[in-house]
Ligand binder design. Structure first.
Ligand code: NAD
Length: 380
């Protein structure tokens, strides 16, 4: 049994190892507003770092640091997968979002972001709202994803849902030889901003749907929409969603839903959805492969929202975002092809694709600096 001291040393060793993978870590402390924040810039090979800012009552400083290091590295992969000219970064604010937030705190945070002179762009994440970033945007131009009225691109669930549809087409093409959505059965878990739009498009294309949501109102909305389209949906309750026989499972609610228990139950040929972190652990990607279930890595499929906020740097253009979201179709086909060729999981193939894009980026630009990239109109 480890002593407490040994445990603490081992956590710190892990953090130290991760720190060495990062380009820059900034600790932001403003006693006037109570702001305690960490900004982590993981890698700017492909462009300035981009990543949301999470507010959470972390139990310790080390816990906050570990979270921001992990999340910022994830953003390097997400940006590479989405093929946008951004690198990976993330910020965390230590505090309770329900009781500790103030307008002044987010303005102070905006000032710290501004001090990075265009190396880091941020916006909402868990515990923060677009309103918080409207305050921050008074101090810096490096804010994305705020409402259209404030010059942002607004609701990102439209391109995210479109990305899921492209993901489904690429998956159908790989399994059935045709990207046709009709004539297949889909189970949608979660009928919120993304899931509802995906369900609607599938119904319009003539597909058969099972739907599942803990909120009865969401079920009523999709039933109403199906009626308007002269179609029907079958409602599945609770965990029965994992036992239905269908072609594709479309998770658009929670993370961690692909685990030892659910993999045992699943009777689908593929999983393609928007939910973040669908696999409980990496080993579950291997288990799906062994069971013959094709898994579309979530960070490839749900990149539509990221593509939208990244587009704000060029002056947001809706048509361009919807066009670029189509790249999800091609990236996913490539991931499936590589996974098959090398007999690896689709997650391993997706990670390799991202690492290759970052390597290619190094040849163009070994290190991002504002001075080197005059094409970026970042207003400094
Ligand atoms: P949302 O909050 O609008 O919708 C989530 C829906 O899931 C709600 O209707 C909720 O009632 C339902 N739900 C919650 N728990 C459930 C459960 N146990 N079983 C069944 N249904 C449940 O969220 P959203 O914006 O539609 O996002 C859905 C998922 O996609 C999330 O994991 C989110 O992180 C991810 N995602 C969203 C975007 C985006 O642009 N909105 C981008 C990338 C990833």
């Amino acid at each position: 049994m480890n002593t407490l001291k040994e445990k603490a040393t081992s956590i710190q060793t892990t953090i130290l190892e991760k720190i060495h993978e990062h380009e820059q870590i900034v600790f932001c402390n403003d006693p006037n507003t109570g702001l305690k924040s960490i900004i982590a810039i993981h890698n700017t090979t492909l462009g300035p770092a981009l990543g949301g800012c999470r507010m959470y009552p972390y139990a310790s400083f080390d816990e906050a640091l570990e979270d921001v290091l992990r999340l910022s590295k994830g953003m390097t992969y997400k940006c590479a997968a989405a093929d946008v000219d951004f690198g990976g970064g993330k910020a965390v604010i230590i505090g309770n979002p329900l009781t500790d937030k103030t307008q002044a705190m987010f303005r102070a945070f905006g000032q710290f972001v501004d001090s990075l002179n265009g190396r880091f762009y941020t916006g909402t994440d868990m515990g923060t709202s677009t309103e918080d970033f409207v305050h921050a945007s008074r101090e810096t131009k490096c804010i994305v994803g705020i409402p259209e009225a404030y010059g942002g691109s607004g609701d990102s669930s439209i391109p995210t849902a479109l990305g899921v549809i492209y993901g489904l087409k690429a998956t159908n093409k790989t399994i059935f030889g045709s990207e046709e959505l009709a004539g297949k059965t889909y189970i949608i878990q979660g009928l919120g901003k993304v899931g509802f739009k995906v369900a609607e498009q599938l119904l319009e294309s003539g597909a058969d749907l099972f739907v599942n949501d803990i909120n009865p109102q969401s079920i009523a909305f999709i039933q109403e929409r199906a009626k308007q389209l002269g179609r029907n949906v079958k409602v599945v309750s609770g965990d029965d969603v994992y036992t239905v026989k269908a072609d594709v499972f479309v998770p658009c609610a929670l993370g961690g839903i692909i685990n030892d228990v659910t993999i045992e139950q699943l009777k689908v040929k593929a999983i393609v959805g928007s939910a973040n972190n669908q696999l409980l652990t990496e080993k579950h990607g291997e288990m799906l492969k062994q069971k013959g279930i094709l898994y579309a890595p979530d960070y490839i499929v749900n990149a539509g929202g990221l593509i939208q906020v990244a587009d704000e740097l060029y002056g947001y253009n809706k048509e361009r975002v919807l066009k670029k979201t189509e790249s999800i179709y091609f990236s996913l086909l490539e991931v499936y092809r590589q996974a098959e060729l090398d007999d690896i999981t689709t997650v391993q193939a997706a990670n390799r694709l991202c690492e290759k894009r970052i390597e290619d980026g190094k040849r163009l630009n070994s290190f991002f600096s504002h001075a080197k990239r005059p094409k970026w109109d970042i207003g400094h």
